[in-house]
Design a protein around this ligand. Structure first.
Ligand SMILES: [Zn+2]
Length: 121
């Protein structure tokens, strides 16, 4: 599995030794190409969990308990909408940009970009 860095736009293979920090919803990974730290929004990740478990819970409640099916269906639909919207909006964000203090470091990043572009078929 690989993700694309939102800072340098190179792919990051997740099976490599990728540095990470934080726990749970606040986990961040470091791009091995440009050293930028990337993470997801905690709010959107939390909404995704709420949407998923809310929809599953509403489905189970509707199946096992004798409740108004319109009410259960409405709950499932609303949780599914929360899940879909938060999933579409949730992308990797640059949480800490790399400190590029010299023109040499900038050249190294652009050189890696060029090498990655040449390596692709
Ligand atoms: Zn990067």
């Amino acid at each position: 599995m690989s993700v694309k860095c939102t800072h340098c736009y190179l792919s990051i293979k997740m099976d490599n030794q990728v540095n990470h920090r934080g726990k749970g919803l606040g986990v961040e990974i470091q791009c091995p190409h440009c050293q930028a730290w990337l993470g997801r929004s905690r709010i959107l990740s939390g909404l995704k969990l709420v949407g998923f478990y809310g929809a599953v819970s509403a489905g189970l409640v509707g199946y096992f308990l004798e409740l108004d099916t319109r009410l259960v269906s409405l709950g499932m639909i609303l949780f599914a909408i929360v899940l879909a919207v938060s999933h579409l909006m949730d992308h990797l964000l640059v949480t800490q940009a790399p400190e590029i203090s010299s023109a040499r470091a900038l050249r190294q990043v652009s050189e890696r970009k060029r090498q990655a572009r040449d390596a692709e078929p």
